[in-house]
Every structure is written in structure tokens, then in C-alpha cells.
Design a protein around this ligand. Structure first.
Ligand code: COA
Ligand code: HC5
Length: 637
């Protein structure tokens, strides 16, 4: 599904996506600007996503193919590309139409992107689309601790929500440029809705009566919990604790049909089952309460105890899919944009449905929540009687029961197929590359290239997410990390006939090429989303699909055996996602100053891939690259 696009940026780097804390307001003082104007003023000031020049994309596309396709194939593709871009050719026509679309829309790409990458994508959201996020292990190991922490967590989210509602979120920056803040308004009170051919998203935050409740799920049973008092103040953590206790004690039975597991299905199957489910009025009301809620809190049952060494990998699995129907996969509503997960043993994290937003805004919210929960106990509250949280009822017909059984079966196959390895690379973090005047992200990406090459003796199409949030409503483009420079470096690295001074020169070239690609990508000058736009226009206009898009080289370019993403956080979190092709890896990393968290995933059904092997190879590549830098006298770095 990520068969789609790319981008760049300067050495200044991203104001950490959690840059909420470090950035400042762009807007005028509140006294002269109405609160609701702030956001609009900021958004209007953002540039529109450009349409890159056609020739530039064609040229860069050819370069991107070099390390991943054979020479003869490249020659053939060159002919197709020349034909496509020639004066008066179909490429020019599509380019003009794309430029027109760009003039007439706020962002020529974003709506298309949400449709193509998410809502029309029919694989289950679980593993294939929704990322997981693991928080540092919390200091509790029983039900009481679980409830207390969950209560604080709810308070923390409501505290962040106040900033969203008041539009007082500090603007974030990337490379010194302000970023689009729209995604923050899409993550709360929203939900994906399954359809027969494509899904949709509803966002109730913008309704005239925005929701005041969250949904809590415990032992597969859903509850509506009002989190605001009638005067509009949020319930205190103490009050929330009382309410969560009431929820837990009224959902002790475990032999309940796990309706939530339906959301793990392939989207077309779920779309059908959904229509059937909500035929019943009670079911419809219950589903609507979940969809409208601010977010979902999953109070998970205990998972099997594991060694410290295995802990993070198991926690990542719990956040990504819940462990199958025997464990917590039914204790979810995977269509919900934001689900917080609190386990009984201190394992905490989140799972989010990706369509409405990228990782960084979610991580900023979570960083805020974690900081909030670390503050000493908050205000004691007067114990006014609170209404009993309302349990959501479901009438399970034989057909729904059958759908649940199918969903359980498929979820268990999927869960069994996921191979996940989390490592904390503790030898260094951003500090070492920085000391050698190299971009840490580029350094890590080149290490991934080296690790992959060492295992497979070839380079593969590699995807790295690049933020397009410098532009109004911007989402992402692709940084293609496999370049000619990276290929030359990885081939030379273990070659005993090469001098270290040459290797270090090749490393610097590879790192710089990556940083250059990054700079281009984040400024809207990468190739993948542009090519996608041209292709989608041809489809929309019902034109014959240009040959460059049916070419095998294009298919190879989009078969990302390495699907990667840097997602930094202030808190020591592990972010994770699944591979995007059956014989590939998902690699999500969080570079801190002195260590790097990696989550590597692959599928067990593919015999050639093994998450732990790649994780081990990444560790060795990083260490060997550092040794090279440290052993070799500094040349012209
Ligand atoms: N010498 C010394 N320091 C350098 C350097 C160099 N040559 N190049 C960069 N640095 C510094 C930066 O100034 C920055 O410093 P900081 O830690 O004080 O902020 C730091 O190293 C990190 O920079 P770098 O590693 O180059 O990466 P980046 O932060 O610019 O991030 C991307 C690169 C691609 C990850 C980023 O542009 C991006 O797009 N992020 C969003 C990704 C995303 O959305 N992921 C989730 C998708 S759902
Ligand atoms: C909480 C971490 C989320 C990271 C999710 C992510 O990186 O998603 C990518 C989004 C994009 O448009 O590039 C897709 N990817 C997982 C396939 C890399």
C-alpha cells in the first residue's frame, strides 16, 4: 500500500515531532486574536504542496532505480520514461492537469493519499496499517495499580485535549519552518467506519455537540464513561478511579463474545459484517457510542510473564495486535483512531488507526500524557455521586457469532505470522554521528542498508517516511534510502581490498546523499507522490495507463522490502509497525541522544526473513560503522 512516493531537508533537523514543548507560537497575542482565528491564521500562512517539475521527477526516478533493478531492465525503463516525458507526450498532459488540480485544491495530494493509502486499502488495519506504541514499563503489577494509572492517563489526555480545543497547541517546526497542525484536530473523537469497497472516517470533534465520553473496554465488554462534569470540568483522577473500578467490577465475567475482534478482519469482510451488526438497533447505538467517543481505553487482562530480554518485544506485540483471540485482540476496537492500552502488569501503550494522522502528533500527545502521569497526585475531589458508567449492549445473532468466529480464526493466523524483535541499541545514539558531522537519521538509514546487504547480498527498495507537514494539510512522501551512493558503500564495506580511507569517503557520500534526498523530500521535491499523482490522474481521466506504471521496474520500486520510519519521542518509547510486503521488514526507530530503540518486524510465513536476524545485523552495522569512523584519521568530513 505504500507503493506511493518521497522528500528532503536541511541540517537543522526536525523540531522533534514532540516539538510542542520546544517551539513557540506563530500567532499574534491572544488579546487581539480570537482563539479560533489562531489556527486559521497559522494554517493560511502555510505554503501549498508544490507539483515538482516533470523532468526532474523522471530523472530522479531513473537514479532511484539504479541500485534496485538490473542494467537491461533499466535501459528498457529509460525508453518508457523518455517516451512519457517527451514534449507533447502524455506525461506533459498529466503534469498540466496535476498543476491545475494543485491550483484548485488546498493540497493536491492529501485527499487522494488518505483514500489510496488507507481507506481503499482492504487488508486488516491490524499489523498492516495501524502502528503500536509501547511506553516505558510502569511501576505497578496489579488491578489497583492498573486502574490508578489508567485514571491518570485519562486526565493527561483530557489536559492535552484542552490545548487542542482552545487552539493553544504550540506550533511545531521542521528545519526552521512552521508545520501544519491540522492532524492534531483529527485524532480525538474520530473513528474509521468500514465499507464494502472503501472505508470512511467520522470526526465528531467538529460536531455542534462534541462528545464528552470515552469508551472503556474490559474483558471484551465496552462501557461509556462520561469524563466531564455537568459544569464542563473534567473528572479528577480520583473520580475516574472510582468509575474505572465500577466498570471493572461489573465486567468480571470472561465468557463474553468479543465483538471488538470484528474490527481485525479484512476490510471487505468487516464491511459486510458491519452492515449486519448494526441492523439491530441496540448494536447500532453501542457501535455509535464507540465511534463518537473521545478515545478508547483498553484495560487488558494479564499476559503471560516473560523474561526482561523478551519484555519489549512482547509488549510491542500486545500494542500491535493484542496477542490473538485468547489474549487481548478482542479487547479493542481497531477502527478507533486512538486506543490507549493499559495492562495489568505495567505494560502500557497505544494503538492508532493511521488514516487521520501520522505518528508524530500521536507521539506528542503521548509524551504529554506520560509527563502528566509522572506529576504527583492531583487535586482531591469532593466525592459527589457520579452516574454509573453505562455498559454497551450487543445482541449477538447466529450470523454475528459466525462473523466473530471467522474474525478470531483470521486474527490468530495473523498474530502467529508476525515476528517482532525490539532491541535497545545502547552503544550510542544521535551523539556519535553528530560528533562526526553526520546526520544521525542518514547514518542509521545507511546502517540499515549495510545490515540488509550483509544478509542478502543485494539492495532492496527502501521506504523511509518523510514529513510533508511544511505544507498545508501535508502528510508524507518517501525517502528512497537505497541510492547509488549507499550501494557503493555497502558493497565496499566488507571488501578487504578497500582502504579504510576510501570506505570512510564512501560512507560520507552515502550519508550526504541520504540527507540531500531527505531535504528534497520534505520540501515537496521527491518523486513517489508526484508519480502517484500522475498515475491517479490518468485513472481519473480514464486515460490508458502510461507504460511507466505497468513496467516491472515500477512494481519493483514499490515492493519495499525495507519499510522504515523514524519516530522520535521525548519519553523512552518503542514504536512499531508490520512489514508492507510478504517478504519484507518493518523497521521503526526512535533515536535518543545515547541509545536507539528499534522495532523490527517480519512475517513467519516468509522463510527468508527473520526479525531477530535483521535486528542483530543492524546492531553490528552501527557498531562497525562507528569503528570505521573512530579508527580512521579524519579526512575531509
Ligand atoms: N552534523 C551534526 N548534526 C547534525 C547533522 C550534521 N551533519 N545533520 C543533522 N544534525 C542534527 C540535527 O540538527 C538534529 O539535531 P537535534 O537533535 O538537536 O534536533 C539531529 O541531528 C537530527 O537530525 P537528522 O538525524 O538529520 O534527522 P531529522 O531530525 O532532520 O529527521 C526525518 C529526518 C526524515 C526523520 C524528518 O525530516 C521527518 O520527515 N520526520 C517525520 C517522519 C515521520 O513523519 N514519521 C512518521 C510517519 S507516520
Ligand atoms: C507511532 C509510530 C508510527 C509510525 C508510522 C509510520 O511511519 O507510518 C508510515 C506513514 C507514511 O505515510 O509514511 C508508513 N509505514 C509504516 C509504512 C512506514
Amino acid at each position: 500500500m505504500w507503493g506511493i512516493c518521497s522528500r528532503t531537508m536541511g541540517k537543522v533537523g526536525l523540531a522533534k515531532p514532540c516539538g510542542l514543548m520546544k517551539s513557540c507560537h506563530l500567532v499574534k497575542p491572544v488579546s487581539v486574536t480570537r482563539v479560533t482565528d489562531r489556527y486559521l491564521t497559522h494554517q493560511r500562512g502555510l505554503p501549498s504542496l508544490p507539483v515538482p517539475p516533470l523532468q526532474q521527477t523522471c530523472e530522479r526516478y531513473m537514479s532511484a532505480l539504479e541500485p534496485i533493478v538490473e542494467v537491461d531492465e533499466l535501459k528498457q525503463t529509460k525508453e518508457l520514461v523518455d517516451e512519457f516525458e517527451k514534449a507533447g507526450g502524455v506525461g506533459e498532459k498529466l503534469q498540466r492537469a496535476l498543476e491545475k488540480r494543485a491550483r484548485n485544491t488546498e493540497n493536491w495530494l492529501s485527499e487522494w493519499w488518505v483514500q489510496v493509502a488507507y481507506l481503499e486499502y482492504r487488508m486488516p488495519v491490524v499489523i498492516h496499517s495501524s502502528p503500536g506504541l509501547v511506553l516505558p514499563r510502569m511501576n505497578f503489577s496489579d488491578k489497583q495499580g492498573q486502574i490508578r494509572f489508567a485514571a491518570k492517563l485519562i486526565s493527561g489526555v483530557l489536559d492535552f485535549k484542552t490545548m487542542i480545543d482552545n487552539e493553544t497547541l504550540p506550533v511545531e517546526y521542521l528545519g526552521g519552518k512552521p508545520l501544519c497542525m491540522n492532524q492534531y484536530y483529527e485524532v480525538l473523537s474520530s473513528c474509521r467506519i468500514p465499507g464494502l469497497k472503501k472505508d470512511s472516517i467520522v470526526n465528531h470533534a467538529k460536531s455542534s455537540r462534541p462528545p464528552k465520553h470515552i469508551t472503556v473496554v474490559h474483558n471484551f465488554q465496552f462501557f461509556v464513561l462520561d469524563v466531564y462534569n455537568s459544569d464542563g470540568t473534567p473528572l479528577t483522577a480520583d473520580q475516574l478511579c472510582v468509575q474505572l473500578e465500577r466498570i471493572c467490577s461489573s465486567s468480571l465475567q470472561t465468557n463474553v463474545e468479543p465483538v471488538g475482534i470484528l474490527t481485525t478482519q479484512n476490510r471487505d469482510s468487516w464491511g459486510k459484517a458491519y452492515i449486519n451488526l448494526i441492523k439491530d438497533k441496540t448494536n447500532k447505538k453501542s457501535v455509535s457510542a464507540i465511534q463518537r467517543s473521545i478515545f478508547t481505553l483498553c484495560l487488558d487482562g494479564a499476559m503471560p510473564r516473560v523474561s526482561n530480554e523478551m519484555y519489549r518485544s512482547c509488549a510491542a506485540v500486545q500494542m500491535l495486535h493484542g496477542g490473538g483471540s485468547r489474549w487481548n485482540s478482542g479487547n479493542r476496537w481497531f477502527d478507533k483512531t486512538l486506543q490507549f492500552i493499559v495492562g495489568e502488569d505495567g505494560t502500557c501503550g497505544a494503538n492508532y488507526e493511521h488514516a487521520p494522522a501520522e505518528g508524530p502528533p500521536i507521539v506528542a500527545l503521548i509524551d504529554h500524557v506520560v509527563e502528566y502521569t509522572r506529576k504527583p497526585e492531583m487535586i482531591r475531589s469532593p466525592m459527589v455521586p457520579l452516574p454509573m458508567p453505562q455498559k454497551l449492549l450487543f445482541n449477538i445473532t447466529p450470523e454475528i457469532k459466525k462473523n466473530i468466529e471467522e474474525a478470531k480464526h483470521n486474527m490468530n493466523i495473523l498474530a502467529k505470522d508476525l515476528d517482532m524483535k525490539v532491541i535497545v541499541f545502547g552503544h550510542f545514539g544521535k551523539n556519535v554521528p553528530k560528533a562526526h558531522n553526520m546526520s544521525p537519521d542518514a547514518f542509521i538509514q545507511i546502517a540499515l542498508q549495510l545490515a540488509y546487504y550483509r544478509l542478502y547480498r543485494c539492495c532492496c527498495a527502501t521506504y523511509e517516511s518523510a514529513s510533508l507537514r511544511m505544507f498545508k494539510l501535508g502528510r508524507t512522501d518517501t525517502i528512497r534510502s537505497a541510492s547509488s551512493a549507499s550501494a557503493t558503500f555497502v558493497k565496499a564495506f566488507d571488501d578487504p581490498s578497500k582502504q579504510n580511507t576510501d570506505k570512510i569517503d564512501l560512507l560520507a557520500k552515502a550519508v550526504n546523499a541520504h540527507r540531500l534526498y531527505t531535504n528534497r523530500a520534505i520540501s515537496g521535491q521527491a518523486i513517489d507522490r508526484h508519480l502517484l499523482g500522475l498515475k491517479l490522474l490518468a485513472l481519473e481521466e480514464k486515460l490508458p495507463l502510461p507504460a511507466i506504471f505497468t513496467d516491472t521496474a515500477y512494481a519493483k520500486a514499490l515492493h519495499y522490502q525495507l519499510s522504515t520510519s523514524q519516530v522520535p519521542s521525548k519519553t523512552d518509547c518503542v514504536m512499531c509497525f508490520g512489514p508492507v510486503v510478504n517478504n519484507g521488514f518493518g523497521v521503526c526507530y526512535n533515536p535518543m541522544n545515547d541509545h536507539i530503540n528499534f522495532a523490527v518486524s517480519s512475517f513467519n510465513t516468509c522463510e527468508e526473513t527473520n526479525a531477530a536476524h535483521l535486528a542483530q545485523a543492524i546492531e553490528s552495522a552501527l557498531l562497525d560503522m562507528r569503528t570505521l569512523l573512530e579508527q580512521t584519521p579524519r579526512a575531509k568530513l
